[in-house]
Design a protein around this ligand. Sequence first.
Ligand SMILES: [Fe+2]
Length: 192
Amino acid sequence: MALDCLTSTTKACKDFHACKWPGELSSGDTSLALYFDAINDNHLNAVKEIQRTCSQIITFSHFVPRQELCPEKRMLFYPKLPKIIGSDFLEFRIRSIHGIHGSACHLFGHTHFVWDAVIDGIRYVQAPLAYPRERKRRMNGGENWLPFCIYSDGKFSDRLTPCYWSDHYSANPRTPDNTELAPWVARFYNQT
Ligand SMILES: [Fe+2]
């Protein structure tokens, strides 16, 4: 199936038809995101202990906690991607763990966009190794990338480089009112 900008998220994303959820859980609303977020409540005591004893905290999620960690729609071959990559509950959970901690770092995944940016006091990093075929076609390098070491000898690593998308957004504001397709997206849809 060719993916185009009109393809619904339920058709474009395998999760919707490859997964069956029990009971009241549905992939058509926020129930799944809430369900998985609530599993973290099983570890509240461990989190409290970490908050009490650690000066540096790293949290992890597969999914994306904030819209600002994904390129804007007009930059994407599939503009509906932001609808299916994360939840506000995830961001709220991360904030509740880091609180006002001085050294807060969150690692995330799922979208395979390289990212390293500080937003509202938390450093968000995605350092994807990607699928082999993705590594080969990357416009900005990536074929020889190794796993990124985020923390060693009591210190967080320096910024990940190159870091195409977060570099772009550190130099350019997000302009959600701009509906002009990015050149590579326009070329793609002109060909199809
Ligand atoms: Fe994923």
